[in-house]
Design a protein around this ligand. Structure first.
Ligand SMILES: C[S@@+](CC[C@H](N)C(=O)[O-])C[C@H]1O[C@@H](n2cnc3c(N)ncnc32)[C@H](O)[C@@H]1O
Length: 273
């Protein structure tokens, strides 16, 4: 069974942060941070390799709790970062002379945040059904020579496993995310092509699947995610409460042995001329 939702199945029209992953719900910032902790070293190494450094104006899209925006200012020493998110509750304390917090909705066609030498969006576009149109707008906000860096989830599922509680729950999660808020990771491996379609050059891409260890931050992230989504998981008809309980116990067990979902990063540069 594919980890992607069935093509043609229409999402319910819900939005990230409404009904699912509400920012005001206790523990939501900690859930996001658990993933950030794992992926930040990979993200920051890639941004560094792409030249993040002094003199740059950067846009951190869907900045979440601001770990990457803060790194850009404090470690990479960029000139300015605009940390944009629909919900800026977790970013408020980070604002400073070189870190501007912008409350804005990426789907707002009127949005014009300026032009940037580096634009980075991690685990955001996958949740937005308008993702293709948004990539065009992000590319349009690049200064000549500027880099667009897109990072979203990918999965390399064990297709021979069709029955374990882990696999059934993971598949139910992707389906439920699609059905409730339109999340879709099926297009993520195609991001390099999308960047090329936008006229960007020096396109590159990589994938990182971090180890999934019981008690580790990623196991905590999936455990929190599945616990929050339990009603939606059961509503798919693919799992019941017993299967979800088994999957949750497995995430916390020394028997855990899975290649977990990972992150694909794709980047490209706007030509100078
Ligand atoms: C899964 S979190 C990722 C946070 C951060 N990029 C990271 O990797 O740690 C998704 C973020 O995108 C934001 N977001 C979702 N929809 C958005 C929209 N339409 N406009 C702006 N931000 C949005 C959410 O508020 C949330 O902070």
């Amino acid at each position: 069974m594919s980890s992607s939702p069935c093509p043609g199945e229409a999402p319910a029209g819900g939005r990230y942060g409404e009904g699912l992953f509400e920012p005001e719900r206790p523990g939501e910032a900690e859930r996001i941070d658990a993933a950030a902790l794992v992926y930040d070293p990979v993200t920051t190494a890639r941004l560094r390799a792409l030249g993040a450094g002094p003199g740059m104006r950067c846009l951190e899209v869907g900045a979440g709790t601001g770990t990457v925006a803060r790194w850009l200012v404090e470690e990479a020493g960029v000139e300015e970062v605009v940390a944009l998110d629909r919900d800026t509750g977790a970013l408020a304390g980070l604002a400073g002379p070189r870190l501007r917090v912008m409350a804005a909705d990426l789907t707002d066609e009127e949005l014009r945040p300026g032009s940037f030498d580096l634009i980075h969006a991690r685990f955001v576009l996958m949740h937005l059904p308008e993702r293709r149109r948004i990539v065009s707008r992000l590319a349009g906000w690049l200064s000549p020579g500027g880099r667009l860096v897109l990072a979203d989830a990918v999965e390399l599922p064990d297709v021979l496993d069709t029955s374990s509680a882990y696999r059934r729950t993971m598949n139910a999660m992707w389906q439920a995310l699609w059905a409730t808020i339109g999340t879709d990771i099926s297009g993520v491996p195609g991001y390099p092509h999308v960047l090329r379609e936008e006229g960007l050059r020096d396109v590159g891409a990589e994938v990182y699947c971090p180890p999934l260890a019981a008690g580790g931050p990623l196991a905590r992230f999936w455990s929190e995610t599945w616990s929050r989504m339990r009603p939606e998981l059961v509503a798919t008809g693919r799992v019941d409460d017993e299967v979800v309980d088994e999957a949750l116990a497995y995430l916390d067990s020394p028997l855990l042995a899975e290649l977990g979902p990972g992150m694909a990063v794709a980047w490209g540069r706007r030509p100078l001329g």
